[in-house]
Ligand binder design. Structure first.
Ligand SMILES: [Zn+2]
Length: 487
């Protein structure tokens, strides 16, 4: 029932995009919206789009089952950036998020934010297929489809429309979030949705396949993946969720096929990281059917060298998941010996060591890795091992640097808060917790912790000035976010 409801909402969203303004329950808030410097009916500026993206990303972090796995986050962002580097008209920074959700879906958010469901790893046979979905989403962003849709909304306040859209996108990522509030407020027909979205979809495919090819992936992956989705909807009572947000008539498939056929054929192998990411996404974040099956492991074991290594890694992950540390170590050992600087292997080796209370081994191994100073994943691992190993001062040194250059990683703030607690630095612990809360949109609580931190340090100290300045920043952020909170 939940799914049905969600589908209806998405269809309604698309209908609303095409046919008219969403007023309804959002109407009152529109009246009290501050002037954002946009005349009614004009397109959302990049600045506004970024600001809304910032607001909704915090909501997403706070409400959707985001996968904050440093390795997977690094992988999808690396893949995304490789594509973005070959896109035209890039006006915003891009960020890619992975949600633990077994429905195949992906959607582009305001301000260059792209959300991928973990089920994409189950369905993508190779890296080019995964990249084809991402290239399509990136193209929705660079073509500013969300903002352009607003041009048809001349009579409505852009913010009202965008707020409704933002809420729906959040509801899609996290069915529990705001669903009750939304159902009563949205109404509409599906008329007009086809013609509107088809044009956007065609454009996102057309631009996306160019991006895909320029970035060195196989352009045939786009029609192949679309065909898989279409098959899925033909032979199943329930079509893949992605087709509701990205309608797929047969013509879209044939157009993509024609475009790919006009491009120079290439043979592209998936990177080893793709297989590791797939093994990890399926093995560790298995919501519902999203699992690393023995069929998959057996198939990989018979595949190329990269796939064989993924099978080995997958078995180690499974043993780790079962807390069978000795078995995990045994499976991982050949991989680690062959490639002692590999972050996927080092990360798992650290977990195995810490599971066995052998933090000294983990610290030694990580310190010996060549990339430890430059790879954020290894830095987090090292800080974690140091903390576990009773060396919080060393961990603090790493984490202060880490959080300075990775301000939006909740893992860093969480680990820093634990480290400050271990050091009995109460004010710094509070400040680190405040940053974690701010990232998930809990600004009131963040400000309250910072006020507490400020009260604990010497009056007029530099530290106090820093906390107070941060409180001011968060208050300003609260003001900026006010219009969206009402929606
Ligand atoms: Zn699309």
């Amino acid at each position: 029932m939940f799914r049905q409801l969600k589908r209806t909402l998405v269809a309604t969203l698309i209908a609303a995009l095409a046919t008219g303004p969403i007023t309804m329950a959002f109407a009152d808030s529109a009246d009290s919206l501050p002037d954002m410097g946009t005349s009614a009916g004009s397109t959302l500026s990049i600045g506004q789009e970024m600001q809304m993206g910032d607001y909704y990303v915090r909501q997403l972090r706070g409400s959707a089952p985001l996968i904050n796995d440093p390795l997977l986050v690094q992988y999808i962002n690396g893949l995304g950036m490789r594509l973005v580097a070959h896109a035209d008209s890039v006006k915003t920074p891009f960020h890619f998020y992975l949600v633990n959700n077994d429905e195949i879906n992906a959607f582009a958010f305001f301000g260059g934010n792209v959300v991928l469901h973990s089920a994409l790893f189950r369905y993508a046979d190779n890296e080019s297929q995964l990249a084809s979905v991402m290239a399509h989403e990136i193209s929705h962003v660079t073509q500013r489809h969300l903002a352009r849709a607003m041009e048809d909304q001349k009579r409505s306040a852009p913010l009202t429309w965008a707020g409704a859209l933002g809420s729906i996108l959040l509801a899609m990522a996290s069915p529990q979030a705001g669903m009750a509030a939304l159902t009563g407020t949205l109404a509409g027909t599906q008329q007009g949705m086809i013609s509107f979205t088809q044009q956007n979809e065609q454009e996102a495919d057309r631009i996306g396949i160019q991006v895909l090819q320029r970035a060195g992936f196989d352009p045939q992956a786009m029609p192949t993946f679309l065909e898989k989705l279409l098959d899925q909807s033909r032979y199943s009572t329930r079509p893949p969720e992605i087709l509701l947000t990205h309608p797929l008539p047969e013509s879209r498939l044939s157009d993509a096929r024609n475009r790919a056929n006009q491009m120079r054929p290439v043979v592209v192998q998936s990177s080893e990281a793709f297989y590791m990411a797939k093994a990890r996404a399926l093995g560790m974040y298995n919501s519902g059917r999203n699992q690393l099956t023995s069929d998959q492991l057996d198939a990989w074991a018979k595949g190329n060298v990269r796939e064989q290594r993924a099978a080995q890694y997958g078995r180690a992950l499974q043993a780790m998941d079962a807390k069978n540390y000795a078995d995990a170590a045994k499976n991982l050992q050949p991989l680690l010996s062959a490639d002692p600087d590999n972050a996927w292997f080092l990360d798992l080796a650290t977990d195995i060591d810490l599971g066995q209370h052998k933090s000294a081994d983990a610290i030694k191994r990580l310190n010996a890795a060549r990339e430890v100073k430059t790879n954020p994943v290894l830095q987090l691992n090292l800080a974690n091992a140091l903390l576990e190993g009773g060396q919080p001062a060393e961990a603090e040194r790493i984490l202060n640097r880490y959080t300075f250059s990775n301000k939006e990683d909740v893992n860093g703030w969480d680990l820093l808060a634990q480290t400050e607690a271990a050091l009995n630095h109460r004010d710094q612990e509070l400040a680190a917790r405040a940053e974690g809360l701010a990232l998930v949109g809990k600004l009131d609580q963040a400000i309250s912790l910072l006020s507490n931190a400020s009260a604990q340090v010497k009056l007029g100290s530099l530290q106090q000035a820093r906390y107070d300045a941060r409180i001011d920043q968060l208050r300003q952020m609260q003001q900026r976010f006010k219009p969206y909170q009402k929606m």
